[in-house]
Design a protein around this ligand. Structure first.
Ligand SMILES: [Zn+2]
Length: 353
C-alpha cells in the first residue's frame, strides 16, 4: 500500500501514461518515500498488465522476474556500500563502516557503473520494449560520473526511462537537473501525519519526533531496532554523572561497534545527531519553550535543564555541532566520544557539583 502523502504524486505520474518523460528526478528531504515511489513506478513501467490503480500486477512474467530480482531490463545504480547493506550482508556492511579498513565499499556511484550501464543499454531489451534505470542517490555521482550519465540522458536508448532520486539536488550538476523533469516531494501535511501516527506503534512515533517528522525514516529505524537504541541512549544520558563521562565513552564505543548498532545503520554521526537534539530540547526548556525531539522524556529533560545555565547549554550545542562535522570520518572514535561526553557533562550533568 502506498502512503497517503505520495498518492497525489502517484496519480499524476500514472495519468501521464505514454507522455511520461524519459528522465525524472525525484527530489525532497530524506525519509518521505522517494525511493519507494521510484520503485513503484519502475514496477508499473515494466509490468505487462498494470492494474486499474496504475500499480504493477505482481503476477505477469515481467513482475515475477522483477520480484525475484532478475529482471534483465531493470537496472539499479546505487553506491557499492548501499548495495552491500541492502543485501543484508552484515559483515560487508560492517566492513564498509570500519574506518581505514581498506576494504570499505564506495559511498559514491563510480564511473565504471555508468560505463557498465551504457554497455547494457546499447543492446536491445530482453522483455518487451521498456527498460528502467533507478539511480539513487543521484548526488553520489562525482563530476565524471555525472558527465557520463549526461550522455545517456541526452541520447536516451529507445524505451529507456531514467528515475533519479536525490535528497540533495543542489549537489547535482545543473546539466543533470535540466535534463530531467523534476518532481518535488514535500513533507506530509499534519493531518496525513496524524493518520500515519494512528497506525504506527509507539516506538516508531518516538522515532518520528526524533527524526523531525520524516515518517519513513522513523519506520525504517524502528524496524531495524531503533527503539532499543533510543531507550538505551535515554537511559545512559539520564543517569550520567560528570565523573562517569569517560566510562560511558568506553561503553558507547563498544555499543557503536555492536551488531545491533551496525544493523540499524546507527553510527557516530547518528549518535551525535541525537545528542544535538537532546541538547536542543534542553535549551528549549531552559528558555521556557517545549521539547521537540524527545517528548516522552520531557520530565527528565526538565530536571536536567534546571541544573544548567542557558549559556552553558548553548555553548555545549555549538561544540557538539563542531564535533558533528568530523563525525563521519573520526580519526579516533573513542577520543571523539570522550570529548563529546566531557563537553556535555561539563554543561549539564556536572552542574550539580
Ligand atoms: Zn505485472
Amino acid at each position: 500500500m502506498m502512503h497517503s502523502w505520495l498518492q497525489p504524486t502517484w496519480t499524476r505520474l500514472v495519468e501521464l501514461g505514454e507522455r511520461l518523460p524519459h528522465a525524472l528526478l525525484f527530489v525532497g528531504p530524506p525519509g518521505l518515500g522517494k525511493r519507494e515511489l521510484a520503485e513503484a513506478l519502475a514496477a508499473r513501467l515494466l509490468c505487462d498488465t498494470p492494474r486499474a490503480d496504475g500499480h504493477a500486477c505482481g503476477h505477469c512474467p515481467a513482475c515475477q522476474w522483477r520480484l525475484s530480482g532478475n529482471h534483465p531490463d531493470f537496472y539499479h545504480v546505487v553506491p557499492a556500500a548501499d548495495a552491500a547493506a541492502a543485501e543484508g550482508g552484515e559483515g560487508e556492511a560492517a566492513e564498509g563502516r570500519e574506518a581505514g579498513g581498506g576494504k570499505a565499499k564506495s559511498e559514491q556511484i563510480v564511473i565504471e557503473q555508468i560505463r557498465e550501464l551504457q554497455g547494457a543499454l546499447s543492446v536491445t531489451g530482453h522483455h518487451g520494449s521498456r527498460r528502467v534505470v533507478v539511480l539513487d542517490p543521484a548526488e553520489a555521482m562525482n563530476v565524471f560520473t555525472a558527465n557520463a550519465l549526461l550522455k545517456l540522458l541526452e541520447e536516451p536508448p529507445p524505451g529507456c526511462v531514467f528515475l533519479l532520486v536525490s535528497s540533495a539536488p543542489r549537489r547535482l550538476l545543473p546539466t543533470i537537473r535540466s535534463r530531467c523533469q523534476q518532481w518535488l516531494f514535500a513533507r506530509p501535511a499534519t493531518e496525513e501525519l496524524a493518520h500515519w501516527k494512528a497506525h504506527a506503534d509507539a516506538g516508531a512515533q518516538a522515532l518520528l519526533a526524533l527524526g523531525g517528522g520524516m515518517p519513513l525514516a522513523a519506520e525504517r529505524l524502528a524496524l531495524a531496532g531503533g527503539e532499543a537504541l533510543l531507550q538505551r541512549f535515554v537511559r545512559d544520558l539520564g543517569k550520567l554523572q560528570a565523573a562517569d563521562a569517560l566510562k560511558l565513552a568506553g561503553q558507547w564505543e563498544a555499543w557503536l561497534k555492536s551488531k545491533e548498532a551496525l544493523a540499524a545503520g546507527f553510527g557516530l554521526p547518528e549518535l551525535v545527531d541525537w545528542m544535538l537534539r537532546w541538547v536542543s530540547d534542553l535549551a528549549a526548556l531552559r528558555l521556557g519553550g517545549r521539547v521537540r525531539f524527545f517528548p516522552a522524556q520531557e520530565g527528565l529533560l526538565a530536571a536536567l535543564a534546571s541544573r544548567a545555565s542557558v549559556a552553558a547549554v548553548s555553548s555545549c550545542y555549538n561544540e557538539l555541532a563542531q564535533i558533528r562535522r568530523v563525525a563521519r570520518h573520526p580519526l579516533n572514535l573513542r577520543l571523539v566520544l570522550e570529548d563529546l561526553l566531557l563537553r556535555y557533562t561539563r554543561a549539564v550533568a556536572g552542574a550539580r557539583g
